[in-house]
Ligand binder design. Structure first.
Ligand SMILES: [Zn+2]
Length: 146
């Protein structure tokens, strides 16, 4: 039986690439195209050609942002900004798409790590407050050491 679980470049037609550039596709189709693009340099070249043929698309579209970013993952700093809601909305959309639709495991792990670290920072501050409280209690003679 033929294995259809590995989509080939042939399954991504130029119409689909143009739809991707114009963002006329459903989220599932966008994800399918982007996953195929990430896996294939040849397909990326085809997208570049399709984009060049089509002319200027504006700079705010997902396709344009994707093109500027050259399929790179957002930096840790950008993910941190995303976490704090402190980045450009267009980039935030791209990162949300990258995380939720593309399900980039690298960035998901990175974001989870950043979340974890910011949680731990809060916990550390909490511990410091408690330590200070305890040492002042000691100074006041409520608790004898040893
Ligand atoms: Zn990523």
């Amino acid at each position: 039986m033929h294995n259809q679980s590995e989509p080939t470049n042939a399954t991504i037609g130029d119409d689909l690439l143009l739809g991707y550039l114009a963002e006329n596709l459903s989220a599932e189709e966008m994800a399918r195209v982007e996953k195929a693009l990430r896996a294939s340099a040849e397909l990326r070249e085809r997208l570049e050609r399709a984009r060049a043929d089509r002319g200027d698309l504006g700079l705010h579209t997902l396709g344009a942002i994707w093109k500027r970013r050259r399929l790179t993952c957002p930096s840790r700093q950008e993910l941190g900004g995303f976490l704090l809601d402190a980045i450009d909305p267009g980039l935030a959309d791209y990162i949300a798409f990258h995380l939720d639709t593309i399900e980039c495991s690298f960035c998901r792990a990175n974001l989870a790590d950043l979340k974890d670290k910011s949680d731990r920072r809060e916990t550390d501050a909490e511990h410091r407050r408690k330590r200070i409280f305890h040492s002042s209690r000691g100074l006041l003679g409520d608790e004898k050491p040893g």
